[in-house]
Design a protein around this ligand. Structure first.
Ligand code: GLU
Length: 525
């Protein structure tokens, strides 16, 4: 822990916040910032606040707020205070705090630290273009900075369109960023900034300053894109006589081409990752490494181990590359840690959504002596209407647990279990140089061997012990290549180039369906 971090703060008094604007879906950048704030607060036994920054009334929509809250909840990033959890410093939605902002805007105006500006949009735009054409950074000319009180009064009484500007002092502003060290800015280059459209409509920089103070935020941890806002916010804190929080700006998240991660890179919202079948544990573990690492080789971290080990000192300055392969690797890892029951529960929605199976409820009446009824969740195969036991679906999921990288892949991998008829090209049945006749021969052999196995012996061990020795005999070159029997079997059962072992599949399909599929395969030749 840097000494600087706790200059005024006792452990336990750390308060961080996540302050999303509900103007879009929550993306990885916002979720990563929330995670780092959460980890820092929890590590220091502090509090994590969720504040909805909806000052932009036109662009803020309730559905985005819903998406943001749902995303955090799904990820397990839980706040101690927020719009839905009462706290000492609420309300936690900026649109409900206008009176608080108004009080401070009036104070700044009364002290002549802010003023009404009556320049029209057109005028400001023309000025901006002119400055740019001169190779100058655009900034406000200061035209309304010194209007006399009478004129201001008159314009306001006339209802002349106005905004409120903060008088930016021409001085150097610096702060010690907990990640990047000392940063210095020349406020003289900024021009007087707009802090509110009117007394009741503050803009982001001003509202954030007021709230960070009022909500006793000790550490502001946010993306690097906010660095230019920090000196502005510090100047306002000084003007208002507020204490200053510590700042930490997180490195940019970059796409594989090392440019800022964006939609171009296929960046999706957090809930889109969920839909694609990523697990929250994997996303959390992955996001932690977008800018932080423990300084050694360890790369598997649960939320609780992150809380223990996280520190801002180990956050890097340079951009963090978003590597989807790493996310897939982590997701596969966490999928393999799941119990089959849990994994099946997670996969079921994908199978249902695809229309392969459908859930229904069945009332089971126990014998009258028990007098009880039970409503049981059941599943049926959509195409055939036959009931399928949850245990069977669990078996199906279990043979693919090792291969699954995303839950959604369960559909593509296992759909053949739920189809009445498989559609595939007959060439797929061919192992090496096999002729149609040879394939037919193999399928006949399979039919003969499998027909003899009794239903009670129909399990993968037994199937294996019957078929393996026979498979070795089928190789015309006497090299014991089992593919001559097992490849056509696998394809007949799945219609796919790759799958789990044919013995495991045949066991789940059961005898009747296995033989039926062999028969169908023969028809293709
Ligand atoms: N509402 C701002 C945003 O969504 C928050 C910035 C901050 O953390 O100060 O970018």
């Amino acid at each position: 822990m840097l000494a600087e971090e706790f200059k005024f703060i006792k452990p336990g008094e750390v308060r961080t916040r996540m302050a999303p604007s509900p103007t879009g879906l929550l993306h990885i950048g916002g979720a990563r910032a929330a995670l780092f704030n959460y980890l820092f607060a929890k590590k220091n036994e502090g509090s994590f606040v969720l504040r909805i920054e909806d000052t932009d009334l036109e662009r803020s929509l309730p559905e985005f707020e819903k998406n943001i809250l749902e995303s955090f909840k799904w990820l397990g990033i839980e706040w101690d205070e927020g719009p839905d959890i009462e706290g000492k410093y609420g309300p936690y939605r900026q649109s409900q705090r206008t009176d608080i902002y108004k009080k401070y805007i009036e104070k700044l105006i009364a002290e002549d630290k802010a003023y009404y500006c009556f320049c029209s949009q057109q005028e400001l735009e023309a000025q901006r273009q002119y400055q740019m054409s001169q190779g100058l950074a655009p900034r406000y000319s200061g035209k309304c900075a010194n209007l006399d009180k009478e004129t201001v009064k008159k314009y306001l009484a006339e209802g002349k369109a106005t905004i409120i500007r903060f008088r930016v002092p021409a001085k150097k502003v610096s702060f010690d960023d907990l990640i990047r060290g000392k940063l210095e800015f020349d406020a003289g280059l900024m021009g007087d900034i707009i802090i509110a459209k009117d007394l009741k409509s503050p803009l982001y920089n001003f509202a954030a300053v007021v709230d960070d103070f009022e909500m006793k935020i000790s550490h502001v941890i946010r993306g690097e894109e906010h660095i230019p806002n920090t000196p502005k916010q510090i100047l306002m804190q000084e003007a208002l006589g507020f204490s200053k929080p510590s700042y930490a700006h997180l490195p940019l998240i970059l796409g594989p081409d090392k440019t800022k991660l964006s939609k171009r890179h296929g960046a999706t919202s957090v809930l889109e990752f969920k839909k694609q079948g990523y697990l929250p544990e994997a996303i959390i573990n992955f996001m932690a490494f977008l800018g932080w690492n423990p300084g050694d080789e360890r790369e598997i971290y649960s939320m609780s181990s992150l809380v223990k080990e996280f520190s801002l000192e180990k956050v890097q300055k340079s951009g963090a590359v978003f590597n989807i392969k790493k996310l897939d690797f982590l997701n596969g890892f966490y999928i393999r840690q799941k119990s089959i029951e849990k994994l099946t529960e997670l996969c079921l929605p994908y199978l249902i959504e695809e229309g392969l199976i459908s859930p229904f409820f069945k009332e089971v009446q126990y014998p009258p002596a028990y007098g009880a009824k039970e409503i049981i969740q059941k599943y049926k195969i959509s195409e055939t209407g036959e009931e399928i036991y949850l245990e069977t679906i669990q078996k199906i999921v279990s043979i693919y647990q090792e291969r699954l990288k995303k839950l959604s892949e369960i559909v593509e991998l296992t759909d053949f279990f739920f189809k009445e008829k498989l559609v595939y090209n007959k060439d797929l049945l061919k192992w090496k140089e096999m002729s149609d006749k040879e394939i037919k021969n193999s399928l006949d052999r399979l039919k003969k061997l499998l027909s003899k196995i009794k239903i009670e012996n129909w399990n993968k061990e037994n199937l294996e012990s019957v078929l393996l020795p026979e498979a070795e005999k089928m190789d015309p070159a006497a090299q014991k290549d089992r593919g001559y029997l097992l490849w056509p079997l696998r394809v007949a059962l799945t219609g796919k180039q790759a799958s789990a072992s044919p013995f495991e599949i045949a066991e789940i399909l059961a005898k009747e369906k296995t033989l039926k599929r062999i028969k169908e395969a023969k028809k293709l030749l």
